[in-house]
Ligand binder design. Structure first.
Ligand SMILES: [Mg+2]
Ligand SMILES: [Zn+2]
Length: 161
C-alpha cells in the first residue's frame, strides 16, 4: 500500500487571490512553498492526488476543456520540478442544478483514488483551505489538515514527515 497526500487545488496548490475561479492557464500560478513541500513529502514516499470542485462548469462559466488545459499546465509544471501527480479528480457539478457524490464535502473522488492507487488511509492526509475539504477527507477516513487560503505548505509539512 502507498501513503498519499490528497490536495485541494485552488488556494492550496495555486493562488486564488483575485480570482473566484481559475480557468485560464495564464492565471494559474503556484503558491509559495508548494514545490519545496511536495518534494520533501515525495522523498519520504508520499504520492499525490488532487481533488477539486469545479462548480464553475455547472454554472457555465467555463468548460471541462478549460479545466483540462489548466490541469495540463499543473502537471507539466510539477513534472518540470520532479513532482509526480498521480491524477487530478474534479467535480464538474454544482448543488444548485444537480446533486452528486463527487463534490466535496462528499468523498467519492477521494475513495476512487484510494482504491485505484491502493492507498493506506491510516498513513494519508488531505490538505484543504475549506471546511468542505476536511469534511470530505473525514468521510473517506483520512486525516484532514486545514490551512488558510494560499498559506505556504512548508508551514504544515512537519505534521506529515
Ligand atoms: Mg480551495
Ligand atoms: Zn460532482
Amino acid at each position: 500500500m502507498q501513503k498519499a497526500v490528497f490536495l485541494d487545488r485552488d488556494g492550496v496548490i495555486n493562488s486564488d487571490v483575485g480570482h473566484y475561479y481559475i480557468h485560464k492557464p495564464e492565471d494559474f500560478e503556484f503558491n509559495d512553498g508548494v514545490i519545496e513541500a511536495l518534494l520533501l513529502l515525495q522523498a519520504v514516499g508520499y504520492v499525490f492526488v488532487v481533488i477539486s470542485n469545479q462548480g464553475g462548469i455547472a454554472h457555465g462559466h467555463f468548460t471541462v476543456q478549460d479545466v483540462e488545459k489548466v490541469h495540463e499546465k499543473l502537471i507539466h509544471l510539477m513534472d518540470e520540478n520532479g513532482i509526480n501527480i498521480k491524477d487530478i479528480y474534479f467535480c464538474p457539478h454544482h448543488d444548485r442544478y444537480e446533486k452528486c457524490l463527487c463534490r466535496k464535502p462528499d468523498s467519492i473522488n477521494i475513495e476512487k483514488a484510494i482504491g485505484r492507487f491502493n492507498i493506506d488511509i491510516d498513513k494519508s492526509f488531505m490538505i484543504g483551505d475549506s471546511l468542505r475539504d476536511i469534511q470530505a477527507a473525514e468521510k473517506a477516513g483520512l486525516r484532514g489538515i486545514k490551512i488558510d487560503s494560499n498559506q505556504s505548505l512548508m508551514t504544515i509539512v512537519d505534521q506529515m514527515l
